[in-house]
Write a protein that binds this ligand. Sequence first.
Ligand code: PBG
Length: 329
Amino acid sequence: MSYPTHRPRRLRRTAPLRRLVAETRLHPADLVLPMFVKESLTAPVPLQSMPGVLQHTRESLKVAAAEAVAAGVGGLMLFGIPAERDPIGTAATQPDGILNLALSDLRAEVGKDTVLMADLCLDEFTDHGHCGVLDEHGEVDNDATLLRYREMAVAQAEAGADLIGTSGMMDGQVAACRDALDGAGHTDTGVFAYAAKYASAFYGPFREAVDSALQGDRRTYQQNPANRRESAREVALDVAEGADLVMVKPAMSYLDVLADVAATVDVPVAAYQISGEYAMISAAAANGWIDRDRAIAESLLSIKRAGAQIVLTYWATEVAAKLAAGQEI
Ligand code: PBG
């Protein structure tokens, strides 16, 4: 018999060899923690569909943020759930709206120790649950929505956001927010553009997280899961409009899109491991069908391997703490 000349297995023989030749590594600073804060809650509320994730009170949010920062996460992405909703999402732009208050709280709590980001979208604030305002036919009105986004961008910057996360998929939203920020003197506040964002079934558990009132779906503004090249256009537009970072969302069903984007743009690229991705791994692990920790590590590595420098994940604190303690994840 002749022996194989090439034996790739040699480099897989021991854990130190595998570690030495690993092409992708996770670092706490790669991870961004999305967090939910709800107005007039007296105690945090655990989410059924996302075990381990909470709707926070303003107080519990500060504690959880401090834990995330201590674990070394790269940043926090905030979502607010107001007590009152209306057709134009008034609470989104009020300085004392829950999201803006929580941003100021965190700015005071964590100072300059982390990057503070906020989701810039109206869906948590509107009574109809759409990401924008509606016209007289009940359709999402792109340009009227841009006017609300402009105000929201300035409100978030004034509340202390480092980056605003434009996530509504309105055409021209990055340019509109950039212009509004600059006009209000917030030239240093960046735009973290949810640039390629698909109309996904995997946002399901997020509806519980933000008590969403949405009837129908978002297919007239979010992208069709069938399309890959369309993301090149969406991302190029956002970069041309002044996006400082771009994001692909969801992550795991769109790794091809993520790889394309990472290969073509020269701004930092992020991906969002969304609520349904978290819920699927959690549910399968709870049933004993997969190994939870290995599945979390593998999912995050695959997202980095595909080209994301930054990963938004509800496991950010847990994974960052393990990495900081020198554990293999
Ligand atoms: C829009 C927004 C959504 C998510 C993040 N920002 C909901 C949507 O687009 O339908 C989903 C995040 C997740 O599912 O974890 N405000």
